[in-house]
Design a protein around this ligand. Structure first.
Ligand code: ADP
Ligand code: SF4
Length: 684
């Protein structure tokens, strides 16, 4: 297949200062927590995207000096010349595929508590360090400012030596010193670096000029700038100072990389920003003020939306972090006319959560993400089948679909049996919840490809029993029958059933997703802490029911702090009029009445009335079939439970497990002790 001429525009080379990007696909800087601790993995992770057709590949944040280091987050590091070789590995890998390499040099100032270097962080003024660390940043002296300018220049020169083509000056995400100087909230200086906008911009202007002077002859200088903080007059706004700053610096950088701040707004989840191009209202003005190319993001996955951005003069280059994580080969697929094969990002922010947990990147849609070097996994290639054996996959949820697809890609004859009349399992059901529709993409991408594979037979409405499976006489059996929510209250807070629960009719999320009738006052008990409790609350509140959500945690959906959604969810609950009771556990239940107690003080008890009680606590593997099949294990060459049936978890975990099982089939690998490749420290 070949490219649709409508998309030719996306493949035009674009000049960025002294360098030229081969096309308009631009992987903007994004974290992956591989970084300086796992340099081989970092290099491989970036190189595979260059192979997939991204014209520019950038690093994550790269520390330029120990006085601003990001421990415990393992990002990039370029403190001195000894760090150059690992960057060279990254740039070589990117160049090999004809892409440009960009480096996001950053100085996080009071956003970095310096837990490793123990140097007091700096800020424009004396203010508490970011977050809740009991650390205060000191106000930068004139000498500190001079030092910072020098460090930037030295780092830029090292970056050039390491082979980067684009060097960033970075003022965004509420994370970096240059943005802190721009904001009156943080900059209360009375010298020439504070006060008027001209003064607050001074440091950025100086650094842009000095970096250009140092490396600008053969290296482009990009300026990453957040035009708006979505805080109205309490923050930087695109309609006022955001615009003024762009106007003041318009022709200084070789490239404007624009977005919105903070990270939770920039990487908004699909639950809160369902549309592609959601940043356009805040960034579209930039191109009207500069002749330099502009790159911006907005979870772009469709080539039509990308073309529209360019034709309408919004952007010159299509920036992507998450879409490039979900599909490193997105540009190639457009180029080769394989649009339906694009693995679209679902905006779940599991990738972001890994970063928040300071753990290596993973992705719901792309199970190979972060595993390129560690396990040698390629997003588009997989080893051929080791035999002609047939394989049976039971269950068409995320685990079964991914496993069946990869086994089919390997060339095995695959039978996929699904109990009900549709594929998708939990993602089909959960995508019906408010804000969750994008999760259906996990099914759609895989179902579409599976239906095209000649070596795959899909049988819907085929609930298999152990006897059925044995009679099929298929060599390899993978059981992906999922999990069910429990109704006894056992979860994180409760290790025994809640007293009185056995005498009540209790609903679980499975009943909600089955569409069981609900009436009166709804009480949701959320001891799961992810999206389920709050999305159910939203569903019933939207239907006009009275809803009360009780959780033992101190916040609603507390785990979603990692997906940068928690504050938005809590806000939405309150805006919808959901009664939220945090830090309370269920201690007893009777018909229509729940007794709840404060988790910090049992003595503080109260009663909550309900007509419908929904327990969102924990799940149990739906593994009865697998357990029965174990009795016949000698009838198969291999038998394995995968996904939620093996261990209930996230959709990302199920997809990963399905993928892993497909790769491991007949590989000889010990599935419980895979031999990862890992970076080892060099002992000098
Ligand atoms: P996972 O997240 O691990 O993929 P899901 O719960 O999403 O799990 O999907 C499990 C799928 O397995 C569901 O679509 C369910 O209908 C199907 N299933 C359950 N039991 C059987 C069975 N005995 N035979 C065939 N399919 C089954
Ligand atoms: Fe997109 Fe989710 Fe993958 Fe992140 S983890 S790239 S949000 S699909």
């Amino acid at each position: 297949m070949s490219r649709d001429p409508r998309y030719d525009l996306l493949f035009e080379p674009i000049k960025i200062g002294p360098v030229t990007a081969p096309n308009r696909f631009y992987q903007v800087p994004h974290c992956n927590i591989l970084g300086h601790g796992r340099p081989h993995a970092e290099a491989a992770n970036r190189a595979v995207k260059a192979e997939g057709g991204w014209g520019v590949i950038c690093t994550q944040e790269v520390e330029i000096h120990p006085s601003s280091e990001l421990t415990p987050f393992i990002e990039g590091r370029l403190w001195d010349d000894r760090d150059i070789p690992q960057h060279r590995m990254m740039t070589d890998g990117v160049h090999e595929h004809g892409a440009l390499a960009g480096i996001e040099l950053c100085y996080n100032a009071f956003h970095a508590p310096n837990l490793y270097s123990r140097i007091a962080p700096m800020a424009p003024s004396s203010i508490p360090a970011h977050g809740i660390n009991p650390i205060q940043a000191r106000a930068m002296s004139k000498r500190d400012i001079a030092d910072l300018r020098r460090w930037y220049v030295e780092a830029a020169k090292r970056a050039r030596q390491a082979g980067y083509d684009i060097v960033y000056v970075y003022a965004g995400h509420d994370m970096t010193v240059l943005q802190h100087f721009l904001k009156p909230q943080y900059n209360q200086r009375s010298d020439e670096y504070g006060g008027s906008l001209e003064n607050r911009v001074r440091l950025t202007r100086e650094i842009l000029l000095e970096v250009k002077e140092a490396v600008g002859h053969d290296c482009a200088v990009a300026f990453r700038f957040a035009t708006d903080e979505l805080k109205g007059a309490d923050g930087l706004q695109a309609e006022s100072e955001g615009r003024d700053i762009v106007a003041m610096l318009a022709e200084l950088p070789d490239l404007w990389d624009v977005n919105i701040s903070d990270w939770g707004n920039d990487s908004s989840s699909a639950r809160f920003e369902p549309s592609e191009g959601y940043q356009e209202p805040y960034t579209a003005f930039v191109k009207t003020l500069t002749r330099k190319p502009v790159v911006g993001v907005g979870r772009f996955t469709s080539p039509d939306a990308m073309v529209s951005q360019i034709r309408r003069g919004v952007l010159d280059l299509i920036g992507a972090a998450r879409p490039s994580i979900a599909d490193p080969f997105l540009p190639r697929k457009i180029d080769e006319g394989r649009i339906e094969e694009i693995r679209e990002c679902i905006g779940c922010n599991i990738c972001v959560a890994q970063d928040m947990l300071s753990a290596p990147i993973r992705c719901t849609q792309n199970p190979t993400q972060g595993e390129e070097w560690k396990q040698g996994w390629h997003p588009e290639r997989i080893a051929a089948a080791a035999s002609d054996d047939a394989v049976l996959v039971i269950g068409g949820g995320p685990a079964g679909l991914e496993c069946a697809l990869q086994l089919a890609n390997r060339g095995y004859p695959v039978t996929l049996a699904e109990a009900i009349d549709a594929l998708g399992g939990r993602v089909s059901r959960e995508s019906e919840l408010p804000g969750m529709s994008s999760y259906a993409r996990v099914r759609d991408y895989r179902e579409n490809l599976l239906r095209q594979r000649p070596n795959v037979a899909i049988y819907l409405e085929n609930r298999l029993s152990a006897q059925d499976v044995v009679e099929l006489e298929i060599a390899h059996v993978l059981v992906a029958t999922g999990a069910r929510w429990r109704s006894d209250g056992i979860g994180r807070q409760h290790h025994f059933p809640i007293p009185g629960i056995d005498r009540l009719t209790v609903m679980t999320p499975d009943d909600v997703l089955d569409g069981a009738p609900v009436s009166g006052r709804v009480l949701i008990y959320d001891d799961d802490h992810y999206f389920m409790g709050s999305t159910i609350a939203e569903r019933y509140r939207d239907q006009g029911l009275e809803v009360c959500l009780v959780t033992p945690a101190s916040m609603v959906s507390v785990w979603t702090e990692n997906t940068l959604e928690q504050h938005k969810i809590q806000h939405r609950m309150l805006a919808l009029g959901v009664e939220v009771i945090v830090s309370h556990e269920l201690v007893a239940l009777a018909e229509g009445k729940a007794t709840i107690a404060n988790v910090y003080s049992e003595a503080q008890r109260r009663q909550v009335d309900f007509d419908t009680l929904i327990m969102v606590t924990a799940r149990l593997p739906r593994d009865e079939l697998y357990q029965e099949l174990l009795a016949f294990e000698d009838r198969f060459k291999s038998l394995r439970a995968i996904g939620d049936c093996h261990a209930p978890g996230t959709v990302a975990a199920a997809v990963y497990d399905g993928h892993s099982a497909a790769r491991q089939l007949e590989s000889g690998e010990d599935i419980y002790a895979p031999l990862f490749t890992r970076d080892l420290p060099v002992l000098e």
